[in-house]
Unconditional design. Structure first.
Length: 612
């Protein structure tokens, strides 16, 4: 008679699993700027520790490779050592029995190829080429360089107005970003080493909700210089705001009826209420920014016309045109662009989708926004067809989860083939090809056609949400350099326009579609460089005193996440779906901050940066 038994984990196994989780958290919290050679050496040691020891390339080879890497770090290597490391790694890669050996060797080979100059710097001069220019992870990850530890400390002290003033020094739109920022600042938060990253965006929103009306700084003495900002999106508004603070006479030229750009014409009201957006814009304009709406810069007025009237020009037109998917039947009645649909909603034009069966093509935030909007407009059924896996979607995970909660069906690994028309030329169905996920290219898995038969998705309407383009042709005709559809600008925003000086550009029209905070950061950089071009060197400062650092222990404490209204309620209207933190939650969350600006490398900053 045989007996079965259940093998339970002993204390050692449990401890090892906890160590793995601790290691994972530390990797997640690793800031940019670490020595790449040291980092590669550390990963090599970790891989070597996992070797079973059965094959020589892994057991012996990784040990030899590890010794060579340590020689480089200890200054005991020569330039020939680099070639020996590369040769040893190749031998291991081609002869190891399993993934532990050849993936470890592959990692070293990538390092030799990617940062060979750092190996040489260690060998020739005994130092690391990388520098921790910005030792505070959240600040370095924020495109606008907002003093995040500073304003979080102010929130913890209940000084919400001062927190907003500190934010506005680098980001003039805290109300907007408190609701819809993709919070890259949280990616490398060192709090991750203990438990979870600080809810930075949530604390920004809390400060906005409780600060009341915070006065703006008084502009500097008028300089007599005039600047035209083409485009009234977040980047254009930010540039205009900072330039006006510097004393310049700024006019925003906007093509649409109202300012806001994709904030108004791309982000639905349930994520960013129009009253919040309007209030923020009006507040920023109140310092003296002029606005002309309904102006399409191109032939009339041309860039040349503007340069004759203004001393400098900043192009911040964003990415507002839709992209075609290029499939048969795309011209059918009922195939709609997500960009056009959201633009109409932004102007208050609410279509009635009652009883309609709709398929959305795409997997980004725009696809989620238009799908969730269609549900609110009465769609009977809403399916999202995406050619990759759901985990590969470029939309934020919370946006995807929210769409599913509200009734959207997710059809991943389904590539659109053609649109079927009825006798009257209307949409009858969308045909899709089932996919299987294939090899990884450029860090992203590529879908390939499966052997399954094509699938017919019967529907009344197809909404295409596969990205946006830039209206750059009119500017190209005026001598503005354009490459692959985007305006060519230097990293300081300057544009080498033909026969025209004083032209700058930034935001989506230069980088392609990106985030709101990146557009704001581009506007901030452009303002500083335009100011210098005009012969000045103004600084933006703030007289906020940051609270002293608390010296009490930071014990493990769970993150306070943002709550949302129930899906059954929020899917019926366009009211704001996210609920703000309570005072108790915000106080606790703010005190989770480790104040990296004071401890560790942060203390080497030599004082808080208050000017740019």
């Amino acid at each position: 008679m045989s007996r079965l038994s259940i093998i339970t984990q002993n204390k050692a196994q449990t401890t090892v699993e906890e160590l793995y989780k601790d290691l994972e958290r530390r990797i997640s919290a690793s800031p940019p700027g670490l020595c790449p050679v040291d980092l590669a050496s550390s990963f090599l040691k970790m891989c070597h520790a996992q070797s079973c020891g059965k094959c020589v390339p892994c057991r012996v080879g990784l040990g030899q490779l590890q010794k060579l890497m340590e020689d480089v770090l200890n200054g005991e290597a020569t330039l020939e050592t680099i070639d020996l490391i590369e040769k040893t790694a190749k031998n291991i890669f081609y002869s190891a029995d399993c993934a532990i050996g050849y993936e470890a060797a592959k990692m070293v080979l990538k390092g030799i190829k990617g940062f060979r100059d750092d190996f040489e710097e260690h060998i020739l001069r005994g130092r690391c080429k990388f520098e921790l220019n910005q030792p505070v992870p959240c600040v370095s990850q924020c495109p606008a360089g907002v003093d995040i530890p500073g304003y979080i400390a102010l929130v913890a002290e209940g000084r919400y107005g001062d927190a907003i003033r500190l934010i506005r020094k680098d980001n003039p739109m805290p109300s907007v970003c408190g609701l819809i920022c993709e919070h890259p600042c949280e990616v490398r938060c060192r709090r991750t080493m203990i438990d979870d990253p600080v809810n930075i965006r949530g604390l920004k929103r809390f400060a906005v909700d409780h600060a009341g009306d915070v006065p703006l700084p008084v502009p500097a003495v008028p300089t007599g210089k005039k600047v035209a900002v083409i485009g009234g999106g977040p980047g254009g508004i930010s540039a205009a705001y900072y330039l006006t603070l510097m004393g310049h006479d700024v006019t925003i030229l906007e093509q649409r009826k109202k300012l806001g750009g994709m904030l108004r014409y791309g982000i639905p009201n349930y994520r960013l209420p129009r009253e919040v957006l309007d209030r923020e814009i009006e507040h920023l304009l109140s310092i003296g920014v002029k606005v002309e709406t309904g102006v399409s810069v191109g032939e009339n007025p041309s860039i040349t016309d503007l340069k004759n009237e203004y001393d400098a020009i900043y192009i911040a037109i964003g990415a507002h045109i839709d992209r075609k998917i290029g499939i048969e039947g795309e011209d059918a009645n009922g195939v709609v662009s997500a960009v056009e649909l959201l633009r109409g909603i932004g102007d208050g034009e609410m279509p009635d989708f009652s009883g309609k069966d709709i398929v959305v093509i795409g997997g980004g935030n725009v696809a989620m926004d238009v799908a969730r909007s269609a549900i609110r407009l009465g769609a009977k059924r809403l399916r999202i067809a995406y050619r990759r896996r759901a985990v590969d979607m470029t939309a934020m995970p919370e946006e995807v989860a929210g769409a599913v909660e509200e009734g959207c069906e997710l059809l991943d690994l389904h590539a659109p083939l053609r649109v079927e028309k009825d006798a009257d030329g209307n949409v009858a169905a969308l045909w899709v090809k089932p996919q299987i996920i294939g090899p990884v290219k450029n860090g992203r898995p590529v879908p390939v056609n499966s052997s399954e038969e094509d699938v017919r998705l019967s529907c009344d309407m197809v909404i295409v949400a596969i990205g946006q383009g830039i209206e750059s042709k009119a500017f190209e005709k005026q001598g503005i350099p354009v490459k692959r559809g985007v305006i060519e600008a230097l990293n300081w925003s300057g544009v080498n326009a033909k026969d025209i000086t004083g032209v700058f550009a930034g935001g989506d029209c230069v980088t392609g579609p990106a985030t709101v905070i990146r557009a704001i950061a581009a506007g901030k950089v452009a303002a500083a460089n335009i100011d210098e071009y005009l012969g000045f060197k103004h600084t933006i400062s703030v007289d906020v005193q940051i609270p002293k650092v608390r010296l009490d222990d930071r014990k493990s404490c769970a993150r306070a996440n943002m709550k949302e209204r129930q899906p059954s309620d929020r899917a019926k209207d366009f009211d704001l779906i996210e609920c703000g933190m309570t005072c108790e939650e915000a106080s606790q969350e703010a005190r989770r901050c480790l104040r990296c600006d004071h401890f560790g490398f942060g203390i080497l900053k030599g004082g808080r940066v208050e000017k740019w």
